[in-house]
Write a protein that binds this ligand. Structure first.
Ligand SMILES: CC(C)(COP(=O)(O)OP(=O)(O)OC[C@H]1O[C@@H](n2cnc3c(N)ncnc32)[C@H](O)[C@@H]1OP(=O)(O)O)[C@@H](O)C(=O)NCCC(=O)NCCS
Length: 321
């Protein structure tokens, strides 16, 4: 069996597991990723410590030119690639394909229990991906920019607006650990609120088994439901994280599950308030992930808030390996 800890060479590139020493090189290829809303600066070090994860770089003459990380989920049967990026000066030469093939071979050798690759992508993925992967689901996204100091006042204005529309603002319930495990493993809830039975937390798509929920509990700041007993709507707020967008700027991902427009507005406002209280930054880029039928309603509801064009859609795709 090949030693996958040793660098593998292909097309004059060396592929190897990423190390702390590669951080500067990774940052040097990431300047234009996600228009300043990239997470790598914050997540790189924790990815290297994460035992469920392997992170790889491709190097040319010792210089980092690409990165991909994989997270092992679903009790080790599925790998979720994240963070794919190629140095701007190396793009258009097939390097994204090469690093993904290297990672796939690594998985086959080191983690033979992995039978499936599941990932999320933005709208319009390359056609070669569409022919390889099954599309499981797609959600709409909405990205908004707030000045943190104004969030509380903005939310109060929205609550007034909701009440004028005849909707009383009843704050969602914050779920405790035992509620999270009970609700997210309840077949009826999964069937009703999680299309394709996939829970997508901030671009990480997983099945709702206990091992995955335990993993997510460390990533999610706030689990909310309209009711802890019979939920019709659920939401997750990530831990806000610093992004290069501007001085003291944070990104905050809110995943909404369900199709009730009133609940969607209420959960958005409640999660936004919680997220704002978790940081001392000046700018918050809030990314909402919603079922497509809610997009128009929320887009109109958010009129007046500055939009940030990041992505339009979040696709979940899967293929066997
Ligand atoms: C998207 C990106 C990684 C493409 O890299 P690239 O090396 O220039 O891509 P190329 O078009 O030369 O490579 C083509 C191969 O990469 C694959 N590829 C291209 N974009 C891809 C994507 N977004 N996701 C997965 N695979 C992709 C193609 O399917 C093709 O694979 P094949 O050769 O096996 O058929 C690069 O433009 C980049 O780093 N962008 C900024 C970060 C980003 O947007 N990442 C999105 C993925 S999360």
């Amino acid at each position: 069996m090949a030693d996958h800890r040793a660098p593998q060479t292909n097309h004059h590139l060396d592929f190897c597991l990423a190390t702390e020493e590669d951080y500067e090189g990774v940052m040097a290829i990431s300047g234009d990723v996600y228009k300043g809303a990239d997470y790598i600066q914050v997540k790189y070090h924790s990815w290297l410590q994460d035992t469920k994860r392997r992170t790889f770089v491709a190097k040319r003459k010792g210089q980092v030119v690409a990165l991909e990380s994989v997270c092992l989920v679903d009790d080790g049967s599925t790998a979720v690639p994240e963070g794919l990026r190629v140095a701007p000066w190396e793009r258009g030469r097939g390097i994204a394909g090469l690093i993904q093939n290297f990672v796939k071979d690594y998985l086959k050798n080191e983690f033979p229990a992995v039978k499936c690759i599941r990932l999320t992508r933005v709208e319009d993925p390359p056609s070669s991906m569409l022919s390889q992967y099954r599309l499981l689901h797609s959600k709409a996204t909405l990205s908004l920019i707030f000045k943190v100091e104004e969030i509380e006042k903005t939310v109060h204005n929205f609550i007034t607006k909701l009440e004028k529309e005849g909707h009383y603002f009843q704050s969602p319930v914050t779920l405790e650990l035992k509620d999270v495990r009970r609700i997210y493993t309840n077949e009826m809830v999964i069937e009703k609120l999680l299309p394709a039975k996939i829970l997508i937390q901030s671009w990480l798509p997983v099945l709702t088994m206990t091992s995955n929920l335990d993993y997510l509990l460390a990533r999610v700041g706030n689990w909310m439901a309209d009711s802890s007993e019979e939920p019709n709507f659920l939401s997750l707020g990530s831990h806000p994280f610093k992004v290069p967008l501007g001085d003291n700027s944070y990104r905050y991902d809110i995943d909404l599950f369900g199709t009730d427009p009133r609940c969607a507005k209420i959960h958005f406002l409640a999660q936004l308030l919680v997220g704002a209280k978790m940081i001392s930054g000046s700018v918050l880029c809030c990314c909402l992930y919603i079922e497509k039928q809610l997009f128009q309603t929320l887009d109109i509801f958010c009129e007046g808030i500055k939009k940030y064009e990041l992505w339009k859609e979040q696709l979940v795709m899967e293929k066997d390996i």
